[in-house]
Design a protein around this ligand. Structure first.
Ligand SMILES: Cc1cc2nc3c(=O)[nH]c(=O)nc-3n(C[C@H](O)[C@H](O)[C@H](O)COP(=O)(O)OP(=O)(O)OC[C@H]3O[C@@H](n4cnc5c(N)ncnc54)[C@H](O)[C@@H]3O)c2cc1C
Length: 378
């Protein structure tokens, strides 16, 4: 493996501690969480205690004030360990940054310390039953009535939806203005008229709760507006590179891990009296995948450096998400094949890795939307 210069010694210590944490607090429980359709509250609180939640939040709000490389390590290790149920990436890398980037001082002091401790679990609700890729067409409204917004509409496929205590909801505050009428509202889960639908039954990522959310005349004080009214779409565009890089980092972490497990397996497993690894087909497949993972890793690390320097643009982040998530699916598919029938068995991590990988090409902007963004810039 070529050396990764993006991390220093301190980062590697964090990698070691997250690995140990996952081995003790997550891996032994993951199969049960898959049956439950969600992880435990306890793992969030324990992760919070260890400083694994929202490490980039400044110290004045209770965070570590670290840079995004800490988040990167956590994303890589969680995916490498197959712990896809813990929705920390969505919380730390995607939802909470909206609060500290666009929130008022009051909002930051109210919510961030508990987001860091794990007492508040967040979600972000953009997608609706009628629209996903075309975010400008959302229909959920928040219409001002005195000092409150009245929210009506529904959302779907919301990660952490069942467990969330606080949801950043993308709404239309002025439906006549299209994207310029879009705003972000912080909605606490216990507000009257806010109902969580059922925990959705998915193909993969079975320990991660994914829900429908319903809003029926929900009164939300106007102090809960995040940033300025009408700026919601601009804020979403601003945050997308980090969201896409977070997905890409997990993709490469997962791909590397699956490849390693496969190499171990084909060295042991025999057919026709010889290890599967001795067949040229096996060697060539693994060599190709290893080469592609190495080049994806270099690109992802460069994107991480750019993000830390505040220079990662939307097009580059889209290329990174497209390349890495397509590769993750390819690696999972090719490696599963090398496991033969065992690869199809749920108890084998490669089966889970195959199922979990599939959604990475869909959420956070589908591969087709990534290509659209890349092509538009050519
Ligand atoms: C497990 C999971 C977790 C999720 N978590 C969240 C979350 O936390 N918050 C949230 O808001 N959303 C979440 N989503 C929703 C996700 O972001 C959307 O599913 C995704 O954006 C695609 O939207 P859609 O499902 O409506 O598909 P559609 O937009 O209906 O797309 C269907 C197909 O058409 C293609 N397509 C659409 N437009 C174009 C175009 N212009 N050119 C070419 N092809 C196109 C798409 O690529 C796709 O292949 C999650 C989804 C899943 C499955």
């Amino acid at each position: 493996m070529i050396p990764r210069t993006v991390f220093d010694e301190e980062h590697e210590m964090v990698r070691d501690s997250i690995r140990k944490f996952l081995a003790k607090e997550a891996i032994p429980y993951h199969a049960q969480w898959e049956k439950d359709g969600q992880v435990s509250r306890e793992v969030w609180l324990k992760g919070g205690e260890q400083g694994f939640l929202c490490p980039t939040v400044p110290e004045e709000y209770g965070g570590l004030g670290a840079d995004f490389r800490y988040n990167a390590i956590i994303a890589e290790e969680a995916w490498a360990a197959g712990c896809t149920g813990i929705g920390w990436g969505l919380h730390s890398d995607i939802a909470v940054p909206y609060i500290y980037n666009y929130g008022t001082e009051e909002q930051k002091h109210k919510y961030l310390p508990k987001c860091i401790s794990g007492e508040i679990i967040t979600a972000i609700a953009m997608t609706e039953p009628g629209t996903g890729s075309d975010l400008q067409s959302i229909k959920t409204t928040a219409i001002l009535d005195g000092d409150d917004y009245i929210v009506n509409g529904s959302k779907i496929f919301i990660t952490n939806g069942q467990m969330a205590d606080l949801v950043i909801v993308v709404v239309k505050t002025d439906p006549s203005k299209g994207s310029k009428g879009t705003s972000l509202l912080l909605i606490e889960a216990d507000r009257d008229g806010f109902d969580k639908g059922k925990n959705l039954d998915k193909l993969g990522m079975k320990a991660q709760d994914t829900s429908e959310l319903f809003f029926h005349d929900v009164r939300v004080p106007k102090e809960n507006l995040l940033g300025q009214e009408g700026m919601g779409f601009a804020y979403l565009m601003q945050e997308l590179p980090q969201e896409r890089l977070s997905i890409a980092l997990g993709a490469v972490g997962a791909a590397e891990s699956v490849l390693k497990q496969t190499v171990d397996y084909v060295r042991e497993r025999k057919a026709f009296g010889t290890p599967i690894m001795s067949f040229q087909n096996t060697q060539f497949k693994l060599a190709e995948l290893d080469t592609e993972i190495t080049s994806a890793r270099v690109f992802t690390d460069r994107c991480l450096e750019l993000l830390v320097d505040g220079k990662l643009d939307t097009v580059t982040a889209s290329k990174c998400k497209l390349l890495t998530t397509e590769l993750q699916c390819k690696v999972a598919d090719e490696c599963l094949q090398l496991f033969g029938g065992y690869g199809f068995m749920w108890e084998y991590p490669v089966a889970k890795a195959y199922a979990d990988a599939r959604v990475q090409r869909i959420y956070g902007g589908s591969s087709e939307i990534m290509k659209y963004i890349i092509a538009r810039a050519l």
